[in-house]
Structures are given as structure tokens and as C-alpha cells.
Write a protein that binds this ligand. Sequence first.
Ligand code: PFF
Length: 452
Amino acid sequence: MKNDRGNFGSKLGIVLATAGSAVGLGNVWRFPFMTGQNGGAAFIIVYLGCILLLGIPGMVSEFIVGRHSQANAARAYATFARGKAWGLVGILGILTSSIILGFYAVVAGWCLQYLGASAMGRLKGDNTFVLNYFQQFSSDPVKPAVLGVVFILITHFVIVRGVKDGIERVSKLLMPLLFILLLIIVVASCSLPGAGKGIEFLLRPDFSKLSSQVFLEALGQAFFSLSLGTACLCTYASYFTRHTNLLQSAGQIAMVDFLIAVLSGLMIFPAAFSVGVLPDSGPSLIFITLPNVFQQAFAFMPALGYVISIMFYALLVFAALTSTISMHEIGTAFFTEELKLKRNRAAWILTIACSVLAVFCSLSVGKADLQVMGRSLMDFCDFLTAQVMLPTGAMLTSILVGWCASKQLVRDEFTNHETSGVKSFYPYYLFCVRYVVPIFILLILMHQFGVI
Ligand code: PFF
């Protein structure tokens, strides 16, 4: 089984594919609205702290489990821990990423719709028009559900081509394209009159907004954005080579991810402030506020506004696709190896299950009857995964790597058998993984459930 598993073909492929998983709607959609709601730069500082203290050590731990075992997440955890029960952490990850794929595809489907609508010039109108457009479209029973399923199918067809020819190739094409589009829009947005206020909002911290809730949100966002706790990094690391420097790769990927999130803020806030819109409108920011912002901000040159709008939604679609691919791969690898199925068949299991969830999530938007614990099914899935399942997965992984696994094995993987030149970081890493990560997450989960 080990030999016919795919592998990433190059170092660049490894970084781009894994960064492709990390960079997604979490950066371009979730990060800006969270920053807008939670005090701008103050939130970003807390977020950066979460990435450095918990994110990078957490990523390295998942990499260690996956690269050592070279198997799907469930088997990887069981092999690494030398105990079947630990395989459940892998299963939890597979479940988490499949739920995320279900609701994430719905938002990605909205991006597809907005890409088409902006190309056809259908997003022109005043505030009320754009608001109605979003409300009507997102609560329609058919179209958004169909587009969500279409997005999962597009993902499916990349996945069945395999690790190198599917995942790596698409990431190598889309990631640079995404970066170029982002830079063009950032430059256009920052050169608008009055853009300075948006830049200031993003860079000047308002610490009065900080609360325990903000810490919770920042942590959930860091995990979601780095694809941490879903076994996704573990699965991708199972395609890494023995020479991959795990710490260096985690650092590079976290840096790219953070940079793209901040650039997304620099793309949205200056344009919003230039037309007097406050960027605190929540999840609908990019679908309700932005179409109007682009129109007004570039009213002096409508053709530019038109092109920027298309580029923006294309960017979202690309970012979403490289992430949905990684979510899909986790389950596909599992079913291929555990049920001994052909990759194509295994992929269909996931495609069908996630499509069903996507349809229900889409139907729950704007309706009162598909609710779970007072939230729409869609919001519930987001809450459950980002604030409960991801932190739990990451906490268990750090307990496994920090306390339960063989110390020699962890050290060998971290240092590539003492050859990789990152030896001096090992004690810091071990300290974070043993104490900082589990204790922080535990406190946060206890806070979440009202224990403290
Ligand atoms: N990291 C992705 C984003 O920021 O959009 C979301 C994600 C991808 C979460 C893969 C989980 C996952 F397994």
C-alpha cells in the first residue's frame, strides 16, 4: 500500500499545495469580517500570537504524525501512537474536514454565482438592491444548493487525478494567480481617496475591544485558517518526502497564510472606508457590502470597478478550491486505503456525503426550520467545527506528540534524523507542544462551555 501512494513532486509543490489548503475563504472572507468586528489591529496582534505559539507547533505536530506514518489520517494516528484508540483522533479529523467541506462549499458556490453575476454586470445598483440580491439568492431553495454541489464536483474532478497531477498541479497554477490578483486589487484599493482610514483601522490597535471572546475567536480563526486540527496537514504530510524540513515548511506556510489574510484586509478596508462603509457587517461583508463598495469607489472609472469585481470573485473561487481539495483529500485517502477502494470510488463516497450536507446547509440559510441549538445548520456547522472540533483535534494531537509518543521518534522526525539544522528549536517546540498548546486550548474550551 505504501508504495502506490502518491507523493508531492517538488519542494515548491509541497509548500504551494499545503499553503493552498491554508489559504482560502478563511483568509479572504472570514479574517476580514472578524477583524472588522473585533477591533482591527488589536485582533490581528492576538491572532498573530495564536499562530506563533499554538499554530506553528500544532502544524509541526500534525506533519510529524503524517510524514512518519505515510498513511491516511486514521491509520497515521494509530501507527504513530502504537495504539488503535488514537486512530479516533484521525477519524475526528476526517469528520471535521467533511463537515467543513459541506458548509464551505455553499459559500464557495455563492462566490461562483457572484463571479458570474459580476461578469454579466448584474451586481449594479444601490445598497438596497445589493442587499436584496444577496437575500433572495442565498435563501433560494435551488440555485445556491446546486452551485454548492457543483463546487464539490469540481473539487472531485481534481482529486481523482491524484496527488501530483491533480492537487499539486492545480495549486501551482492557482496560488500564484491568486497572489497576483490580490496584489492588483490591494494597489487599486489603497490608492483610492480616503483609503488611509482603512489602512489605519487595520494597523492601529484598539485594545478596548479585546475580551475573552476575542481571544476565542482569534484562536478559532487561527486553527481554521491554518487547516489545523482537521488531519488535513497530517494527510498532506503523508505525501511529503523524508527530506522535507517540517519546521521550515510550517513557518513558510503560516507566513504565507498570515500575509494573504492581512493583504485581504488591505484589499477590503481601504475601499470600504473610502466610501464611508464600516467593515463590521459580519459574514455578509463580501457579498452585501463589497459589491457596492467596488461600484462607488471606482465610480470615476466604471470599467475598472467592473474588472476589479470580477477579479475579486475569481480570487475567492481559486482560494476556496485549493482548500476544498485538501478537505476532500483527507476522506478520499481514508476510504481508498481502509476500504481498499479505487481512488475514484472512494472520492465519490465523500462527494455524495458532503453534497447532501451542503444541500441542507444551503436550505438552512435564511429559514427558521433547519436550526440546530438556536443557529441555522450552516452557522452551527461553522461553530461546531471552528470552535469545538478543530481545537479538540489539535489538543489531542499535541498530547499525543508531546506526552504519549516515543520521544526519539518525535525528535527524529523534527530534525530529520539530526540532519535538518533546526535542532536548536527542538526544546522550544517540545515546550509549546507539551504545555502551551494543550493548556491554552483546554482553558479556551472550558471557557466555551461555561466551566470557567
Ligand atoms: N484553511 C482553510 C481556509 O482558511 O479557508 C479552511 C480549511 C481547509 C479548513 C482545510 C479545514 C481544512 F481541512
